[in-house]
Design a protein. Structure first.
Length: 626
């Protein structure tokens, strides 16, 4: 393909994506259906603007690879263990029962048993890409429904590994050996190669990646970190492909291995933009690859396959969801959401055909049926929502915001030095979950060595804040040791996450005023309280009684904080002669009032320094009298 031809095809794909997705979202059908329709229109069986979708499909499959990597990246091993009942229970039952049922139907239709088994289990898989995208667009990903659907999809994704490993054992007698990279090896050797490749990914992820990312983090070059992340994903995909495994499944395993890495959020944020674009291209390629001549030549067969596939998968999923005690509306939504074929069907059918497991005469109509069932998914979602709403009057969207891929934090802590660590320890000790971002790789390594789970990343990046859970958290604590960075984070957090309460570490009075300009909800000067407490100790050392020293410190705190806020109106754009003059005038007045308070013992009770309401009223009265 020439350079001009490539640019033309790229323009057609991108323009079709923009137009179709805008129209699809306008009429409430979602972006996935828009991509599929766009592909069907511009493909070789539509208007013919692109002649060979296969070349684009190869590039677009990287979108699926990246998506599986990101899904794996959010699945910490500990979380997988906690989800084992849902994953192995509902997910395992869905694959086993659906695959067995479809295989039985294949046998009744006269397929050879090995062909029926392979086709049945391939068709038991659903589309992780379409379902997760649709759940997010409809706001259902964080509900019980979303968690259940994700558990099933996760088990399906994992199940692809043994399918790929076992398919060579199903080769029909007389079938030609496939010409893959392991051609000529016995079936057991291929299986060992698969296990070895997965083991290499696990070992490499544990031993090699952390020192590599730490070294790159020291360079502070985001573009190099992004390049390394993409190289990691593509490299794992190539390794899996070299042994005949699905590249997407290799990327998924790599993601799981790196899920407990301190660089997880940085990897997510760097790769996410590529995932969205390439996944869109994947959906367009699926639409472009729908074989309309085959559908027109055998319309009844294809229609029967699509309807039977969707109906049978939905019926089995609904029954299993009810067995696992899911409410009827939720069970119905899960059943319709997972009723389509999946993107792995294209990979698995191609692999099965090449390996001599399933003949082309069976593969071609099934691939067309899978593509059409994927295209019907947004419509099935809409149908499921309406049916579930009629069944229960409302779909539960008010479930606690606990996304299944990671625990939802109550607070995001930006900066994990001495200041941030104390805040973190206090919150955790009282039962609150925190999500930590620290931009120093050395500091991350140090605190993780003591068992604290800090993540590497710049908290002034919106994508990193989002990955750290800012959309679901209640507050953000800005504890970074850089004044300008703190102001930047406060500004971004207020703009992008207006629901967050912003609590900030302040360095001095000028920094306090800059934070106040950005409407932070609370601030704490980093040395003020420590100095005040030491001053109280100094008074006791000089002979004051304990309650008198504490009272003096409390009075000083209240007067100083009130003075700090009163001077904000004089700050303007920074320090100035007018500001200094106002500060000096007020300081003298406040110090005089504070001295008279202590000298005349007008506040007699040892604890009245903390009676803020009474003290504010007294200060106001005295200010008016002056």
């Amino acid at each position: 393909m020439g350079h001009d031809s490539f640019l033309t095809q790229a323009f057609v794909f991108l323009a079709a994506a923009v137009v179709s997705v805008l129209i699809a979202n306008r009429v409430g059908l979602g972006s996935v259906l828009g991509y599929l329709v766009a592909g069907a229109l511009i493909g070789p069986f539509g208007l013919g603007f692109v002649g060979d979708p296969e070349s684009v499909m190869h590039a677009a499959e990287l979108g699926v690879v990246i998506m599986l990597f990101l899904i794996g990246l959010e699945l910490e091993p500990a979380l997988l263990w906690r989800m084992r009942t849902a994953i192995l229970g509902l997910g395992g039952a869905q694959v086993a029962v659906t695959g067995g049922t479809l295989a039985g139907v294949g046998l009744l239709l006269g397929l050879e048993w090995r062909v029926a088994v392979a086709a049945g289990f391939i068709l038991s898989l659903s589309s992780t890409a379409i379902v997760m995208q649709s759940l997010r667009e409809k706001g259902l990903a964080a509900t019980d429904l979303g968690r259940a659907a994700f558990s099933v999809l996760l088990f399906q994704d994992i199940a692809v590994i043994p399918m790929l490993a076992l398919f060579p054992l199903l080769v029909t007698s007389g079938a030609e050996a496939h010409a893959g990279p392991l051609a000529g090896l016995p079936a057991w050797a291929e299986t060992l190669a698969v296990i070895g490749a997965v083991g290499a990914v696990v070992l490499g992820g544990r031993v090699l990646t952390r020192p590599l990312f730490r070294w790159i983090a020291h360079l502070r070059l985001n573009e190099i970190f992004t390049a390394c992340a993409l190289a990691l994903v593509v490299g794992v995909a190539l390794l899996m492909q070299s042994v005949g495994l699905s590249p997407a499944l290799g990327a998924f395993v790599a993601g799981v291995v790196l899920a407990d890495s301190e660089y997880r959020h940085e990897l997510q944020s760097d790769i996410e933009p590529f995932r969205a674009l390439l996944l869109g291209l994947f959906f367009i390629s699926v639409g472009a690859g729908i074989d309309f001549p085959l559908i027109l030549a055998r319309p009844l067969l294809i229609l029967a396959l699509v309807v039977s596939l969707v109906a049978l998968k939905a019926a089995v999923m609904f029954a299993l969801a009810r067995v696992f005690r899911r409410p009827r509306p939720e069970a119905l939504m899960i059943a319709l959401a997972l009723a389509q074929g999946g993107e792995f069907a294209f990979v698995l059918f191609a692999f099965a055909e090449t390996a001599g497991v399933v003949p082309a005469s069976v593969v071609d109509p099934l691939v067309a049926a899978v593509a059409l069932s994927m295209a019907a998914t947004p419509l099935l979602f809409t149908l499921g929502e309406r049916a579930a709403s009629a069944m229960s009057h409302s779909v539960d969207r008010e479930a606690p915001a606990h996304f299944p891929l990671a625990a939802t934090p109550h607070a995001v802590i930006a900066g994990f030095g001495r200041f941030g660590q104390i805040v973190h320890r206090l919150l955790v000790a009282n039962g609150y979950a925190t999500s930590i971002l620290e931009h120093s790789a050395d500091q991350v390594e140090t605190v993780r060595s003591f068992g604290n789970k800090a993540n590497y990343g710049d908290a002034s990046r919106v994508d990193l804040l989002r990955a750290a859970g800012a959309e679901d958290a209640k507050l953000i604590v800005i504890a970074v040791d850089n004044q300008e960075k703190a102001l930047e984070i406060a500004e971004i957090a207020r703009k992008e996450f207006p629901h967050l309460k912003i609590l900030a570490r302040a360095f001095d009075r000028g920094h306090v005023y800059e934070l106040m300009k950005r409407n932070v909800d609370a601030f704490e000067r980093e040395t003020f309280e420590a100095a005040l407490r030491l001053g109280s100790v100094a008074l006791r050392t000089l002979g004051w009684r304990g309650h008198q020293a504490e009272r003096a410190a409390g009075l000083f705190r209240r007067h100083d904080e009130r003075n700090l806020r009163a001077m904000f109106q004089h700050w303007g754009e920074g320090d100035s002669p007018a500001y200094r003059s106002a500060v000096n005038a007020r300081r003298g007045m406040v110090e005089d009032m504070l001295a008279r308070d202590l000298a005349t013992h007008q506040i007699s009770a040892p604890d009245e320094a903390w009676d803020t309401q009474s003290l504010d009223e007294e200060v106001e009265r005295r200010m008016r009298s002056k």
